[in-house]
Design a protein around this ligand. Sequence first.
Ligand code: KG4
Ligand code: ZN
Length: 325
Amino acid sequence: MAIYGGGRGLIAHTVYTQTDLHEVWGGVVPELASRDHVRRLVPMIRAVLKDASLSPSELGGIAYTAGPGLIGALLVGALVGASLSMAWGVPAVGIHHLEGHLLAPRLELDPPPFPYLALLVSGGHTMIVDVVGVGQYEVMGESLDDAAGEAFDKTAKLLGLAYPGGAKLAHLAEMGRPGVYKFPRPMLDRPGYDFSFSGLKTAALLALKSAGDDAAARADLARGFEDAVVETLVTKVGRALEASGRQVVVVAGGVGANRRLRARLAEVAARYGARAAYPRPEFCTDNAAMIAYAGYERLSAGERTTEGPMARARWSLSELRPPGA
Ligand code: KG4
Ligand code: ZN
């Protein structure tokens, strides 16, 4: 839950993660996720309003995540959002989760001006998007199978790291040596900007057989895996920068918290005369501030979701339009 306001920027924000809940089950159990949302949401809204010393009558509108994602969890948010909108007499707008990620860098001081390229790398998505303006997103390339975060999590699981293991694998890789384990760089031999990460799992499984229980070898493996994913990502971003001539590339999504990715992206951007911009890691992973910001942009342009609670499990970015259009 977050509050974003004209002139004041981000006023308050908080994130409640269900990681502990998901860790027990080794992944997201949809029904448990929704029930937990029901329990947490209203107390959280109360706490954030209190923290910001605001009353509901001072709000200009409500933005909630309308999709894409697990329908049960989305419905909880949409119903609460639409109900509060009626009770408080303020407009509501349903926001596309990925639009939140794409606009998140604009929460920072010195926000990147439109247009910019975005590398969106999360547990569910891997995309290079040309962000022309709010609601104007051209997907240049995407993963044809596993998302980058998913690949991190699956390999982390093979290494015995708890879900979601991406950050833990990255931590292990810090202690590993580069080049000891050579993983394939999928799709680099093909033109275009698409990715494929599902093959890396098999490579990781084979590598693990040779690493066995040796701690140093496992760290080398983690490093080799991380390098393969990062190099694949940044090479395609380099191509997209060259083709588009954009001056800025931003990283968004949970994998954007990866330190090696951030460092390599800056180097590759510089090679093409561009710069890399990053939201702070807490705005890379799922957060409410990015939804509040996207909602602010759309609500202040007069957009409203009037048909009641909106929740869409599937929703393509290409369906989005600029606010008011
Ligand atoms: O955007 P996000 O918080 O949630 C969605 O998937 O929408 O992304 C979560 C993903 C997980 O797969 C997690 O393992 C990965 O981001 N992740 C990382 C790092 N921190 C989070 N992957 C690699 N290195 C990290 N430091
Ligand atoms: Zn996300």
